[in-house]
Design a protein around this ligand. Sequence first.
Ligand code: 4AD
Ligand code: MG
Length: 466
Amino acid sequence: MQQGVRIIELFRKEREYLEKSVLVRGWVRTKRESKAGISFIEVNDGSCLRNLQIIAEHRGSGYQEVLEKLTTGCSIGVEGKVVASPGKGQSIELHAAKIEVYGWADPATYPLQKKRHSFEFLRQIAHLRARTNTMGAVTRVRNRLSYAIHQFFQERGFHYIQTPIITASDCEGAGDIFRVTTLDPTRISSAESEAIYQQDFFGRPTYLTVSGQLQAEIYALSLGQVYTFGPTFRAENSNTSRHLAEFWMVEPEAAFCDLQDNLQLAESFIKAIIGACLDESAEDIDFFTRFVQPALRANLEHIVNSSFETITYTQAIDLLKKSTENFTFPVEWGNDLQAEHERYLTEKVFRKPVSIIDFPRAIKPFYMRVNDDHKTVAAMDVLMPGIGEIIGGSQREERLEVLLEQMRLKGISTEDYRWYVELREFGTAPHSGFGLGFERLVQFTTGLGNIREAIPFPRTPGHADF
Ligand code: 4AD
Ligand code: MG
């Protein structure tokens, strides 16, 4: 096809393009008619939030017929001259010499007519919602954050590795896992026996991964510093604005790194990637600040410029106990922190990100390093205002004897995790890592209220459409 120019490129290099002839292609957002027989067409091509205004004169244009039929949603190509715009709100516009229509969108049936639609409605048309300003902006921010994540780790010498999606291990031990099987559920007997699994594809029970951590540890204990960034799956039946059944996780893992180093890494990481977005997705961030959350830009700048608070779990419990807030869930040493507790600490007490460390041993997975008090482990959760937990991580138990003891206490089979144990038998080393929930980060960076808008095709209980 003939070379066109992306709209973002035109706006970036306005001066170079002035008075030049170009071809622009995209989708019609709106069309307005003036009395003088001129049409104003707003075209968006997804390269940026801004539309390009097309000026099209009916008389003697050769495209009059097409112009009359043109409606919101049509896909078009326009050739014409870039001129300085006399109108408010845009610096340049395009005077159409030729208009080609690639695809019509019948106004009687095209769903995106009204200017504003509810997010619930848009989720049902995930194949079209990408054409809205909001989803376009989310998608570009998501893209920018992904790129910044790779940049951050690459600049620090972390190797990008791919951990498996089908796995036989349940890293978090939470039990909320999706089974992977080729057995026909209508044909197998109801008795769950070893014999059934032997007929299955892998000859053993397998699942969709809940985290790439255990495999990342293997590579951290050979390449030193690695990270994985991929999809993870959890079958928890929680219909909240912060949970998805399929979400992406960024998981760095580093040898010769303790909990303090891990905390430092997490803080610089969050600041760097949000900072990159503020600089390079400024237009989209301003859009969310204007239409979604008025304090967004200020909040993001605050994150980049503040230093995160670190407190122990025990200190957190003390603060919660002292508070006059009416919590739904009881505050007791030994209980896990709930979203309401996390939000109270970040939004009311500290008003910035808070890392909580040293959680009770009993409520955390077997792989976390046991502290000298034998009651707590070297865990860390990073909490963000408005979101709550965004990162979960820890220093890992590298001492063979202590790990075996942890596995025994938590009922984890040393046979199934032989390989994990061997990493402690052969050349063990202190190491740490964490996992950042990518959609929670996107949610935070865009100020959107529901995590279902932070991913192109959300999977939640009862919903796996598209
Ligand atoms: O705290 P989690 O469960 O930690 C782990 O899985 C560790 N193995 C990671 C590691 O140390 N390498 O999950 C990490 C993060 C959470 O803090 C949260 O941001 C996100 O993953 N997360 C979810 N995001 C969306 N939907 C869900 N259902 C999520 N569950 C966890
Ligand atoms: Mg967690």
